[in-house]
Design a protein around this ligand. Structure first.
Ligand SMILES: Cc1cc2nc3c(=O)[nH]c(=O)nc-3n(C[C@H](O)[C@H](O)[C@H](O)COP(=O)(O)OP(=O)(O)OC[C@H]3O[C@@H](n4cnc5c(N)ncnc54)[C@H](O)[C@@H]3O)c2cc1C
Length: 235
């Protein structure tokens, strides 16, 4: 991202959590108490969270549409194994009996993802209200290590140098029949308040990283043309 920073005009504030959004006052409130007003607002927040932050300033039909958006969550179990080059693959899917559906082989994505002399990988485990996690915490890590051995990713003699869990409450957008109409209801109403959606969870689309970058560019172009139209209207 460092390559993009010199292109930014204006002030960049990091580490802020939006806790409330008022469309009437065109104002975002942050966890540290700061309030900022918008001319044009671009949101990357997960769409249901964004609508939740607007609260009862959102019409009932918009809140109902947000409540209808369905998704799948993921727990990532990151493992640092004490042996180099465990595999030459980048990611492997496991559609059979393992608790994880995929291992993302971090160590082959970048050598910076490896512990010194070792190898880094991530076991991805999906969960949802209809498919709760069977185990969690240390038990989940133990289960992933055991199953990594069973599928041949590592051996029982390998040492585990480090292990951690990262939760992704919003991971995969679920494409049901109501998704497109629900997203459109929310998106078109937000646009009347000069709010533009950009990104995988904000647009509620199955984007990969490259799509997310393009979504950012589209949002920037949309904001720029809205500001240009407004300026032309006031002259
Ligand atoms: C398990 C998994 C595996 C994936 N694998 C791949 C892959 O192999 N290849 C690939 O190309 N893509 C992959 N993706 C997809 C890729 O990660 C996403 O498409 C991309 O990160 C989306 O970028 P984004 O900017 O839209 O959203 P995010 O990167 O989620 O950005 C949203 C931002 O909004 C911030 N935010 C949320 N709430 C608030 C708040 N209240 N206040 C302030 N900020 C807030 C978040 O902190 C975050 O920084 C994967 C995704 C998942 C979940």
């Amino acid at each position: 991202m460092d390559g993009f920073l010199p292109q930014l005009e204006g002030k960049l504030l990091l580490g802020k959590t939006a806790t409330a959004i008022s469309v009437r006052r065109r104002q975002v409130t942050f966890a540290d108490g700061q309030r900022l007003r918008w001319q044009q607002l671009v949101s990357t927040l997960p769409l249901p969270e964004f609508v939740r932050l607007i609260g009862d300033e959102a019409p009932e039909r918009v809140r109902a549409a947000a409540a209808g958006l369905r998704h799948v969550s993921v727990r990532c179990v990151n493992l640092g194994i004490g042996r180099e080059n465990l595999t030459d693959k980048h990611w492997i899917y496991y559609p059979e009996d393992t608790i994880f559906h995929r291992i993302f082989v971090q160590g082959n994505a970048s050598p910076h993802n490896n512990p010194p002399g070792g190898f880094g990988l991530t076991c991805e485990i999906t969960y949802s209200p209809t498919k709760p996690l069977p185990v969690d915490g240390d038990a989940l890590i133990e289960r992933c290590i055991r199953e990594c051995i069973e599928v041949g990713m590592m051996t029982a003699d390998d040492t585990v140098l480090t292990a951690s869990i990262v939760d992704m409450p919003y991971a995969y957008v679920l494409y049901d029949h109501a998704r497109a109409a629900n997203v459109e209801t929310i998106r078109s109403w937000l646009l009347t308040h000069d709010i533009v959606l950009a990104g995988r969870y904000s647009e509620w689309e199955y984007y990969n990283s490259d799509h997310a970058f393009l979504a950012g560019r589209r949002a920037a172009e949309q904001v720029r043309s809205a500001l240009t139209v407004r300026r032309a209207g006031t002259t």
